[in-house]
Each structure stands twice: as C-alpha cells, then as structure tokens.
Design a protein around this ligand. Structure first.
Ligand code: SAM
Length: 219
C-alpha cells in the first residue's frame, strides 16, 4: 500500500525545492493537493514520479516541476483572477485555485473537462469555473485577468491573451514548434507595453484552435 503523503513530500523535496522553486505558497499547495486523484487508478502508483502521465484523449497531466514552475512564474499573492487554458486532468487548476482568488479554466475536450470538474468538486474547490471551448480566444466576458497560464504549446503568442491581460498581469505559456517549446513569461507594463522573458525549454501537447495550431495531427 503506497503512502501518498510520503510520496508527495518526497516529490516536493526532490523535484520542486531541489530544483530551485522557493515560493513558499507554491511549495505548500504542492504538498497539499492529492495528485494521485487526478490520474487513472492504474497509474496512481506513478502519480508523484518526475514525469507527465497520460490522461486519455492523447493528452497528459503536466510534470509536477512544470506545474510548480509555471505557478511560481505567475507570482500569485492570493487576490488574483486567473485564466487557465487546457484544464486537462484539473491538477494545475487545483493548484491555482489554492493560490489565487478565482480560476477560469477552458478545456477543448469535454470528457476531460467533466472528469476534472468531478475531482475538483470532490476536493471542495469551489472557486473554479470550467468551460468547454477553444481557449485560444481566451474568455472575453471575464477579462481582464491578473494571470494567464497556458498548459499547451502555441506556435505564437495569441493576441487575445495580450488584450485580456490586466496591467501588471503575467501570461505564462510555451511557444515553439509541435515538439518543443520555450516557456515564456509576458508581463503587461504600466504603459501598456509587454515585457517578454524566456524561462526554460519545455515540451507540451499542442494548443489547438483559431489562434493556435489548426489541427491536432502531428505529421
Ligand atoms: N495542466 C494540465 C494538468 O495538470 O492536467 C495538463 C494540460 S495538458 C498538457 C493540455 C491540455 O490542453 C489538454 O487537455 C488539451 O486538450 C488542452 N487544449 C489544447 N488546445 C486547447 C484549446 N485551444 N483550448 C482549450 N484547451 C486546449
């Protein structure tokens, strides 16, 4: 029988803190959220391993370190309204819901959105709105956002995200080709301009939609 809380503590020590994440709020929520509930029962013994894992529909739950690094890059204090693109399993959504005031999350695959909703409800995380649709267009009705986190790789930065970002807000997203990307942070400056930073190399499934890749074939 696996002791998941021991596995979770080891994950945080060896994969998160040892690699330089020092945002204590991020560390605390990574210790708190039961990642094994977001993977299929047959994969629960791997839930705290240093890897992304399949969640069905050709999609993945992100690697723990990437979830922590993207969350830390948003530099959240607790009062923010966040837009997340690519709900997937709902694990990153759960982490954000404990770091910010409200999370608006968009997933294009309804089966995944429905499953994520169930786990988030089970954990009583009630500050999350999920909708099914093309997240490359953002969520205009709820904009502007203090932070936007995109968990799928884009060919370019969708202009909708820039226009839906609050002054001082941060957009964190992978940009590159279908196989590898650079994790970027874009901050909207007080004068309305955008500061771009390259954080690290990464590898995400494609962001598919009107302002992303147009198809999900990998040929
Ligand atoms: N962070 C998630 C987690 O912890 O489980 C994993 C996200 S997974 C790497 C990327 C997700 O983005 C997939 O579920 C995929 O269906 C979704 N996706 C891709 N393009 C999208 C789009 N245009 N709008 C919304 N979701 C999209």
């Amino acid at each position: 029988m696996i002791d998941f809380s021991v596995a979770r503590r080891r994950m945080v020590e060896q994969q998160i803190i040892a690699r330089g994440i020092d945002d204590q709020r991020v560390i605390d929520v990574m210790l708190q959220v039961p990642r094994h509930l977001f993977v299929e029962p047959g994969l629960q013994s791997h839930a705290y391993s240093d890897a992304s894992l399949p969640i069905g529909e050709k999609q993945t739950i992100s690697q723990p370190y990437m979830v922590a690094a993207m969350s830390a890059a948003l530099d959240l204090q607790g009062h923010e309204r966040i837009l997340e693109i690519g709900t997937g399993s709902g694990y990153q959504t759960a982490i954000l819901s404990l770091l910010a005031k409200r999370v608006y999350s968009i997933e294009r695959i309804s089966l995944l959105a429905g499953r994520a909703r169930k786990v988030l409800d089970q954990l009583c995380l009630s500050n999350v709105n999920i909708k099914v649709g093309d997240g490359t267009l953002g969520w205009r009705d709820q904009a502007p956002f203090d932070g936007i986190l995109v968990a799928a790789g884009a060919p370019d930065i969708p202009t909708e995200y820039l226009s839906q970002l609050e002054i001082g807000g941060r957009l964190v997203l992978p940009v590159g080709d279908r196989l590898q990307q650079i994790l970027m942070r874009v901050t909207r400056q007080p004068d309305g301009s955008f500061k771009q930073e390259q954080l690290m190399g990464c590898r995400f499934v494609p962001l598919i939609g009107e302002q992303g890749w147009r198809t999900d074939n990998t040929d």
